[in-house]
Design a protein around this ligand. Sequence first.
Ligand code: FES
Length: 114
Amino acid sequence: MKRFEKHIFVCENKRPKGHPKGCCQDKGSIEIRALFKKRLKELGLNPKVRANSSGCLDACEFGATVLVYPEQIWYGGVKLEDVEEIIQSHIINNKPVERLLIKEKRFWKDDNKT
Ligand code: FES
């Protein structure tokens, strides 16, 4: 039996101000992860779905970056107001949120090309 049905990683990497790559923490990722955790708990999903912080996921230019396993779905430009849609559509109904997918090909898994 799998320990988690889905695992949500939210990049919380922090870089110094003015760094050319920027960082997800400056784009609200701490608050984004906190909201994921809060809503998963409120919806009773937290034993099976976990939201963890991660270090840099090497998608800095698309931050705030969120990665969902086991599907390996990469979301970019995620904002607080997107959290509920990701939970309702992807986490609960297994339909990734198309408009938030990172479009660059290196983030596509062979079987989830759109
Ligand atoms: S800083 Fe978030 S992906 Fe690199």
